[in-house]
Design a protein around this ligand. Sequence first.
Ligand SMILES: [Zn+2]
Ligand SMILES: [Zn+2]
Length: 260
Amino acid sequence: MNGSTLLRFLFYIREYFFPAGCAVCGGTLLDARETWYGLCADCMAAITLEGTRRCSGCGRPLISEGDRCLSCRNGEEHGLDRVIALFPYAGSYRRLLAAYKFGPSRAAGHFLREKLIEGFSLFPPGEMESPVLVPVPPRPGKIKKFGWDQIAYLAKLLRPARRRPEGQDSAEDVTGRSPGEPPFPVYPCLKRLPSRSQKELGGADRKTNLRGRILCTRTAPAEAVLFDDVITTGSTLNACAAALRKAGAERVYGICLFYD
Ligand SMILES: [Zn+2]
Ligand SMILES: [Zn+2]
């Protein structure tokens, strides 16, 4: 069970007085589970992760044989060892992300956290040894505009629960997972210098826009997993991966909630 019973209860009470509704359909949230995840049971059940193989370059589901999709085979090399993207950025998925990012449903972060952890099962077993999550840094000014950093908040939710005091140590944290499985340590070591928003630019400009604009401020973990909300061309992930490798990372993976 994620989150203490008290915290769940507080989410339930808050929803009673300040109803945000389901992040996807806007319907009323009925019980403590629904208010904790910010989604009604029907919408939660409808959002299931497809276990299909993913293109190692861009993380999108693969239809053809081989390790890479057609556009990655024809395009340039990607700078990551493997990328996994979970859901198409459209329809109910788009509404879900918007409700989380721009309000009113910060509780949907709990749901996204669960999906991200589920998404790790799409990496080939044994591929990673001791991965460390590195959040993609926000553009300066973005936090000022929206009031908070949605990726950093998710990173906070993904961080493993603190160990219990000596003597009461348990082999599992509150997520019910054993050590060595996700969630992983979170290490926010990247910083982004001012640049234009990637959203305003086309593919070619996206690549040059971030050149030298992402810095690794500490020694990078040997095995880093970048994570972000949406992957479009992959330019942001590539720029982050280059900064991590320069700072000592040997393997860099990526996981994104949505692919556009
Ligand atoms: Zn709903
Ligand atoms: Zn691809």
